[in-house]
Each structure stands twice: as structure tokens, then as C-alpha cells.
Design a protein around this ligand. Structure first.
Ligand SMILES: CC(C)(COP(=O)(O)OP(=O)(O)OC[C@H]1O[C@@H](n2cnc3c(N)ncnc32)[C@H](O)[C@@H]1OP(=O)(O)O)[C@@H](O)C(=O)NCCC(=O)NCCS
Length: 230
């Protein structure tokens, strides 16, 4: 998995690059992602726990990076994690929640974000039934952080990162890919990649100040799912 398009090289993130990728996300994801911006998420509510979660995710070998060939700089990443749910155990509802399971929610703004994501993630388990394995489990690859450097946005790098992530998810034999989107821009990408909305709720009413971000373009939080195995 290594391709080049318009001066950008796309490839799997290796464990030795995980720290640089975490630094990239700390500088570019939280300052640009709509709900972190609306709630003015203080960097110190993330820095303490974030890097180890990225190192752990990268070890699963399904995260993709985009590198500018001229400068060698990271310009985009898709952090994907393997998630398993047991559909046969009623008490396992809430197991394998993807992004929510990575967050440390001890401080106030992170608590607000997790509360919103918890509400958004109230997805009925039966939607996963068509992808259930004989052991009663369903395996998904969740895209938990998608981020492109602002100067490189709007050129299709985000879409290519998702396309490459799907190739990896198929190699991992996942039944589905899933994502929580809080940005209209990422929603357009997943929509174009063939994902379907399985739950959506308005951001306004749940998240203060969201209307002030990007002229109010980000209207809905969404969970999108794509079946990638017959
Ligand atoms: C979401 C993100 C990864 C998109 O990356 P990208 O490389 O710009 O993606 P693409 O070039 O494939 O464009 C995706 C769509 O968003 C639009 N778009 C991207 N940036 C835009 C901007 N600043 N203003 C208006 N539209 C924009 C593109 O035109 C495209 O829309 P289209 O499908 O109707 O043509 C990037 O905006 C980002 O990193 N945002 C901050 C972090 C974030 O919010 N991540 C997603 C959280 S769920």
C-alpha cells in the first residue's frame, strides 16, 4: 500500500512515525475540527493522554498518511481502529464504540464532547446484523480522526485517505467501515465514498457556539456506515 498522486505519497503509518503523526494531529486536528473549535477545547485537556492512544492505534496497521513528496512533510492522516461488538450479549451494548473509547473524559470540555458523542452513538445494534460473523461478533474499522493540513484542503486528499483506508479495512476482513462526522466537509467525503447515514442529530442545541464556526456550515453530527464485505 504505497501510491503517489499529484506530488503526494499515500502509505500506511509505521509505528516509528506514530509520535510525529500524534504531533500533527495535536497541531491541526483539534484547532480545526468544528466541535473542538466551537467549545474552545483547551489543548491541555488532550495533550496528556492523546499520543499513547495514537501509538496504540497505529500498531493495528490500518492508519494512512499523506506526505508532500517535495517537503517530506505530513499533510494528512486517517487514524483507523479495529472495533468489535458482540451482538449476542445484551450487556455488551455500548461495547466497541470507536472514537468514544479512545477519549479521556476527566476534564470539563472533554466531558461535553463525550456526552454529545455518546448521544450520537445511540445506534440500534440490529443495523450491524447483516455483517455478523458465526461467533456473534461484528468487526468494523472505524475512522476516528481524519485531518488534512489547511493549506492542502479541497484538493481531494481527504477523499483519497478514506479510499486507502477502505482498502486496508478490506484486507483486515472487516464487515463494515464506520465514522462519526462532526464536519460537513468530512461528511461530503464519506457520502461520496458510498457510506450511508445511520444516525444524525443537529449540532446546534447540543453544542454551544457551533453556528459561529465556518459561517454555520456544520449543521449535523452523523454516524455513517459502509458494508465492505458481502
Ligand atoms: C475534513 C477534512 C479532512 C477534509 O479534507 P480535504 O482534503 O479538504 O477533503 P477533500 O478535498 O476530499 O474535500 C472534501 C469536501 O469538503 C470541501 N471542503 C474542504 N475544505 C473546505 C473549506 N475550507 N471550505 C469549503 N469547503 C471545503 C471540498 O470542496 C469537498 O466538497 P465536495 O465533495 O462537495 O467537492 C479537512 O477539512 C480537515 O482536516 N478538517 C479539520 C478536522 C476535521 O474536521 N476532521 C473531520 C472530523 S469528523
Amino acid at each position: 500500500m504505497h501510491t503517489m498522486e499529484d506530488g503526494i505519497s499515500f502509505g500506511l503509518i509505521l509505528p516509528e512515525n506514530a509520535k510525529d503523526v500524534a504531533d500533527f494531529l495535536l497541531s491541526n486536528f483539534f484547532p480545526n475540527e468544528p466541535i473542538s473549535r466551537a467549545l474552545e477545547l483547551p489543548p491541555n485537556q488532550v495533550q496528556r493522554w492523546f499520543t499513547p492512544t495514537i501509538i496504540g492505534s497505529v500498531q493495528q496497521e490500518c492508519c494512512i498518511q499523506a506526505i508532500d513528496i517535495k517537503t517530506g512533510q505530513i499533510v494528512g492522516v486517517a487514524i483507523n481502529i479495529l472495533v468489535e461488538k458482540n451482538l449476542q450479549e445484551p450487556e455488551s451494548v455500548g461495547e466497541g464504540r470507536g472514537l468514544l473509547d479512545l477519549l479521556d473524559v476527566t476534564e470539563p470540555v472533554m466531558v461535553e464532547i463525550a456526552k454529545f458523542l455518546g448521544f450520537l452513538n445511540q445506534v440500534p445494534m440490529q443495523v450491524y446484523k447483516p455483517g455478523m460473523d458465526t461467533d456473534g461478533r461484528v468487526r468494523t474499522v472505524n475512522c476516528v480522526y481524519l485531518n488534512v493540513l489547511p493549506a492542502y484542503c479541497g484538493k481531494g486528499i481527504g477523499k483519497t485517505l478514506v479510499d486507502k483506508s477502505e482498502v486496508i479495512a478490506r484486507e483486515k476482513n472487516a464487515a463494515y467501515m464506520q465514522v462519526d462526522t462532526t464536519s460537513e466537509f468530512s461528511y461530503r467525503i464519506f457520502n461520496r465514498c458510498g457510506f450511508s447515514v445511520i444516525r444524525e442529530i443537529p449540532l446546534a442545541g447540543h453544542l454551544r457556539n457551533i453556528e459561529s464556526i465556518d459561517n454555520g456550515v456544520h449543521k449535523q453530527g452523523r454516524i455513517l456506515l459502509k458494508k465492505i464485505r458481502p
